[in-house]
Design a protein around this ligand. Structure first.
Ligand SMILES: NC(=O)c1ccc[n+]([C@@H]2O[C@H](COP(=O)([O-])OP(=O)(O)OC[C@H]3O[C@@H](n4cnc5c(N)ncnc54)[C@H](OP(=O)(O)O)[C@@H]3O)[C@@H](O)[C@H]2O)c1
Length: 297
């Protein structure tokens, strides 16, 4: 399929592009930064707020994957007016399926950013296009970055009453690819991580992975959104769900080695396989200059 991906440079976009290319689609990626097209991805310039470039970007595509967002601090500009404009352009271009990503809890806790996501979901559902909405729980990568934001502070604030259900962007991307293959569902679907983790555990595991021993400061986060999260409104039991846990994300298991690779890298210290530089014809490593021998662990 010919697919336009908005938000292609974002956290999820970085996983969706390779997933779609791998599935054999022709991918056009939208960004407000001009980029050179390379390999299997054609980059298109466009801004969902000013409208520039979007009509051209959507031309000759069958499917739109709409990931672009102004984020929690962006007051919904790319999410609501931007989605409205994209839908108009997509209708004019005869797009048959638009998949929009939203946030689990948008309907149960329509506050701030989630309120904008819910409004955008409504626009998508009423657009007259074939559509699918996929709500996801917070991404591992996003949480990782939010926690890193506190590294400059003397302590890490932790609200022990908050449950989290983080999910891996690679698995959300695979779900997006599967939903595109299935065609427009005309429904709102949810996708969450494999487990619910309390914030104390979540932060402790993160500190362990990053070797950060700052004290954890117990707090009760204020506001309606955290109250809704405390009550479980941002969790989902929908299946399928992701399989990669927060712990697995932070401590990735070592790659499984093929028999040949294992033999090569565990050979005795006197084996020629461990000393390719002593036998230039052996070419165990293909003669790659600058090749760093992989280490286990
Ligand atoms: N982050 C999470 O934990 C999470 C959880 C659940 C659901 N989601 C949803 O998943 C989707 C992707 O989120 P993300 O975290 O990957 O986003 P992100 O990392 O914040 O990236 C935002 C993307 O939107 C694009 N964008 C922003 N304003 C734009 C505009 N005016 N015109 C065109 N493009 C614009 C940016 O592209 P350029 O800067 O290149 O133009 C960027 O690629 C969103 O729908 C979000 O609501 C996110």
């Amino acid at each position: 399929m010919r697919i336009l991906v908005t938000g292609a440079t974002g956290t999820l976009g970085g996983a969706v592009l390779p997933a779609l290319v791998k599935a054999g689609h022709q991918v056009r990626a939208l960004s407000r930064t001009r980029r050179e097209s390379r390999g299997n991805v054609e980059w298109a310039w466009g801004d969902l707020i000013s409208d520039g470039g979007v009509r051209d970007a959507v031309r000759n595509v069958e499917v739109v994957v709409h990931l672009a967002t102004s984020g929690r601090k962006g007051r919904g500009a790319a999410d609501v007016p931007g989605t409205r404009m994209l839908l108009t352009a997509a209708r004019a271009a005869g797009v048959s399926h638009l998949l929009f990503t939203s946030v689990v809890g948008a309907d149960r806790a329509p506050v701030g950013y989630l309120k904008d996501k819910l409004a955008a979901e409504g626009l998508v559902a009423e657009s007259g296009l074939g559509w699918t909405v996929l709500r996801a729980t917070p991404f591992h990568q996003w949480l990782d970055r939010r926690l890193a934001d506190f590294l400059a502070s003397p302590a890490l604030p932790v609200d022990r009453s908050l449950p989290w259900q983080p999910v891996h962007t690679g698995e959300v991307a695979a779900r997006v690819a599967a939903l595109l293959a299935a065609g427009p569902s005309g429904s709102v679907l949810e996708f969450g991580g494999p487990e619910v983790v309390g914030m104390e555990d979540l932060v402790r595991t993160w500190q362990c992975a990053h070797g950060r021993n700052r004290p954890r400061l117990p707090l009760r986060f204020p506001g309606r959104l955290y109250a809704a999260q405390r009550a479980g409104a941002l969790l989902t039991e929908a299946t399928p769900k992701g399989r990669i846990t927060w712990h697995d994300y932070l401590f990735p298991p070592p790659p499984e080695l093929s028999d040949d690779f294992a033999m090569e890298h565990t050979a005795s210290p006197t084996s020629p396989a461990t000393q390719p530089e002593h036998d230039p014809d052996l070419r165990v490593y293909g003669g790659d200059e600058g090749y760093q021998r992989p280490t286990r662990g």
